[in-house]
Design a protein around this ligand. Structure first.
Ligand SMILES: [Zn+2]
Length: 484
């Protein structure tokens, strides 16, 4: 098998309130088609674009998160093509002067860290959406098409990587990392399902002499799973063509998720000339070092910094830290739980097991979890003090989640005899104390503890071990009977 070489173009829809060049709302999902439009985004002659500052700010944020240099002088170009999704017949995008250049992302794949270089990030407007209705969901065979311009003019930042990825695992790790960064920076929702994160894949195979083979672009991959499948299919297809002595064509292929194949869409040789030229209706943007510095200072802790800090300050394992920092909201919850006085290792454990399980059952994201982090912290503290057993605490947590109660009320509602260690739990502690003091136990059992000093000593140890949470009379009677 020849080594696959993959580069990605990721489009992130930026989280602004309005579109990139007009005041139409960016909240268009679910709206009636062609209601979220205005003369500017419909390209009525005589209208002019006005740049949305917030989109520039978000693009700079993302650029800084990707370790890019922010360009001092950036501007827009017109990219011409004629298609029904584009009412102006050109797209306003950045061509020769993108806003951010030359960054990188470190990914973890195959047990190693690998640096994927980012060529640049640029700003551009989105196109409308074409729908080709077919009865079976396939891409071909529709008898007509519908166009919806609600999405037209939405702000996108396109992140173009270098061809530094060599496996599906690396590709998925890179996309996941970009998505995590966009969410931490609150730049984009980064959801592939709703289309706020879209990926185009460029793939070629490396020949035996080290040279790169013909590059093929894959479009229409709408989930991580589709990307993985499309890559698997395309690597096998290209290898097969070459093995049989054939030649690959430089082309764009569409992934058909139903059939599980890629199909040729158009050959790159005949690709139209985009006739880029400067967008004279928009002035060049000169961000300036002060503006960039201000944004840099406003950046939150990055996901990889948080991960490192969790390992260092909370003594978590790599795996625990990675899981707890995957989403910012989960990381915040964890830290709040720790600041309620619960040990970090215990918080991590409860969150990864019990909280995860409940969230899954209730089908909720962590930010909607009805149990406050501070209340979970208090619950864990009570387990630590041995006022509750682990099993009891799990029941209490379930009640806290179900009935949205604070710890104390949930304990009452559960009818747990909280606050006292008794019965088998107490016997267990006594056994442990006996095991640690075999001489004292032997002395008593041999009848040589005439003044009862050793018995008192053992009872004292048990009381200390329960941190005062047991009834002294019960301790005395249990110690006595267990010494017999
Ligand atoms: Zn508009």
């Amino acid at each position: 098998m020849r080594e696959p070489v993959v580069g990605l173009e990721i489009h992130l829809q930026l989280k602004t309130k309005t579109k990139l060049f007009c005041s139409c709302s960016s909240d268009y999902i679910g709206a009636t088609p062609n209601t979220n439009v205005c003369p500017v985004c419909l390209a009525i002659p005589g209208t002019l674009p006005i740049l949305n500052d917030h989109a520039v700010e978000l693009a700079v944020k993302m650029g800084l998160g990707l370790h890019c240099s922010i360009s001092d002088n950036t501007r827009f170009h017109r990219k011409h093509y004629f298609y029904a999704d584009l009412p102006k017949a050109y797209q306003i995008t950045q061509y020769e002067h993108p806003i951010a250049v030359g960054g990188y992302v470190d990914i973890a794949a195959g047990g190693k860290t690998k640096r994927i270089r980012v060529h640049h990030l640029h700003l551009e407007e989105d196109a409308g959406k074409l729908v080709h209705p077919t009865s079976d969901g396939r891409l071909t065979g529709a008898s007509y098409s519908l166009v919806d311009y609600n999405r037209g003019g939405m702000p996108l930042s396109e992140i173009v990587s270098e061809p530094d990825m060599n496996s599906a695992e690396e590709v998925l790790a890179y996309i996941t990392q970009i998505r995590q960064l966009a969410r931490y920076l609150d730049v984009s929702d980064g959801e592939m399902e709703s289309g706020s994160l879209r990926v185009d894949v460029n793939i070629s195979l490396r020949n035996d002499d080290g040279s790169l083979g013909t590059r093929v672009e894959i479009k229409n991959v709408n989930s991580l799973r589709s990307i993985e499948r499309a890559l698997g299919y395309e690597i096998a297809r290209q290898n097969k063509v070459l093995d049989e002595g054939g030649c690959l064509v430089r082309e764009t292929r569409l992934w058909d998720d139903v059939a599980g194949v890629t199909r040729s869409m158009r050959s790159k040789e005949g690709e139209r000339d985009y006739r880029y030229y400067v967008e004279m209706d928009l002035a060049p943007i000169s961000a300036g070092p002060e503006y960039v510095e201000e944004i840099r200072k406003s950046l939150p802790e990055m996901p990889w910094e948080k991960r490192e800090r969790f390992i260092r300050d909370h003594s978590l394992s790599e795996e625990e830290a990675a899981q707890l920092t995957e989403q910012k909201e989960t990381a915040d919850y964890f830290e709040e739980c720790v600041s309620a006085g619960a040990p970090a290792a215990k918080c991590a454990n409860w969150m990864r097991m019990e909280v995860q399980r409940l969230l899954h059952e209730m089908d909720l994201p962590i930010e909607k979890f009805p149990v406050k982090a501070s209340e979970l912290g208090k619950l864990i503290v009570r387990v630590e003090k041995r006022e509750l057993s682990n099993t009891q605490a799990k029941d209490v947590l379930a009640v806290m989640a179900e009935k949205e109660l604070p710890v104390d009320e949930a304990i009452k509602a559960c009818g747990v005899s909280c606050g006292k260690i008794t019965g088998p739990a107490l016997e267990e502690i006594i056994k442990k104390v006996f095991a640690g003091e075999p001489e004292a136990v032997e002395t008593v059992r041999a009848g040589n503890d005439k003044k009862g000093a050793k018995v008192k000593f053992l009872q004292g140890l048990v009381m200390r071990e329960t941190r005062g949470s047991a009834d002294p009379a019960e301790v005395a009677s249990l110690v006595n009977s267990m010494l017999k």
